[in-house]
Design a protein around this ligand. Sequence first.
Ligand code: HEC
Ligand code: HEC
Length: 424
Amino acid sequence: MKSKSVLFIAAILLISCNKDVIVENDFEILDDNDIVKLANSNASLSSLERLGKAIYFDPRFSEPIYRQSCSSCHSPNNGWVGFGAGPRSRGGGRGAIAGIPEGAVFGKYGGRASPSAAYATFSPVFRLEKGTGDDEFIGGLFWDGRATGRRVPGNPAAEQALGPLVSPSEQNHANPLQVLNKIITSESYLTLWSNAFGTRTIPTATALEIEKSYQRVGIAISAYEGSLEVNQFSSKYDAYLRKEVELTPLEKKGLELFNSDAKCFRCHTSESVAGRPVIFSDFKYYNLGIPKNLQNPRYWTDPNFVDLGLGGYLKNQTINLGWREAANKNYGKFKTPTLRNVGKANNRRFMHNGAFKTLEEVVHFYNTRDDSDFRNFWPSPEYGENIQNGWMGNLGLTPYQESAVVAFMKTLSDGFNNPTQRIL
Ligand code: HEC
Ligand code: HEC
């Protein structure tokens, strides 16, 4: 059962003839030694980042164990989105249907596609921004912003990481204590923990102690997610900005269009604000009128399901009762995702519900959603109110211009300077 090596070759099997259903092969199991080796494989990581990295890749942090880890749904080999190679699944691969990932329990699906775990730490604390025009929500993590940065003060990414470990449609631990006990009973993890936090003691006597200790798990994972190993800024576009490489004429055209007629930059912010790195997101929320993904397994149990996005969260949250009044205006809105690595993954889908299969389709949608020639081409939106009308819908791009925008997005994949760079 013990693995000789932690390097694996991607083995994605396409089962049946349906390319929308992907299942992975079994992978070898990681033991404590392997996980320590993995955590220490990059000398430039801090002790805190190493602890987070170990947990991020360790498939024993699922119930049943060896079913999945964070990397199952956010694999570095796949641009930190969706499925790719990695030491994570056993006893029957975990799969995804039409871009919607399966949890540790067979047949459990959350109903949303995985966004990128890379560059996620740049999203600020969730807040209502009072402006001159419409008040807008900004920041937070998850498609609907519900990891706000309140539970773990100032750190939405640490807060986010606490969710999947105990979610029944993800890693499926019964409670935070079950997660902590896996650390407490492992000598290797206690060493990683003590290097990170300066103590081998992990208090769990009271509910508050469990919460504080569990928050440290999230803090370690988010430290790893914020590290240069995850947020590499190593794409062709970054090299181009440093004047190390030229873009092709098509890519250059795409860049120009992205920042002008295609209007992508309006939401996928492409200039540095206040010296911060460019993530290609404004961290705000919009309803683009994305159609349903009819293959979403969520419909198996809930045929009338409509994902209300940000508004759905606002309506039910208890942090700020005033925000509930803003729910109506925000139904159907989802957070602008980063575009870094968006062209990297195979077998992935796009948008919160995985409705689109290719970047070509995405750009065609922005270009033609409201074009009368396409009135019957695009299915109706998943949620028909609060639809974004500015900046998209009828851009008047030619097919050549659409392909240029796609070519530009493909320059945003990390690993350009060192394509063989490995995490594992
Ligand atoms: C079963 C697949 C699955 C597993 C396992 C999983 N995630 Fe996710 N992750 C998702 C999905 C789906 C979403 C979007 C959910 C939503 O918005 O409600 C998400 C959202 C996120 C986000 C938010 C990104 C953003 O821009 O808002 C981050 C960061 C993230 N996951 C990191 C992690 C970490 C860290 C772990 C392990 C502790 C993990 N995920 C485990 C599927 C998974
Ligand atoms: C009005 C703001 C806005 C504009 C303009 C905009 N986007 Fe987006 N983009 C979003 C939001 C919001 C999402 C997620 C929507 C959802 O899932 O419902 C998104 C999603 C995407 C995705 C899918 C990413 C993923 O991880 O699934 C791609 C690719 C994309 N946009 C590219 C573009 C390009 C190219 C343009 C210009 C042609 C553009 N966007 C213009 C806000 C915008």
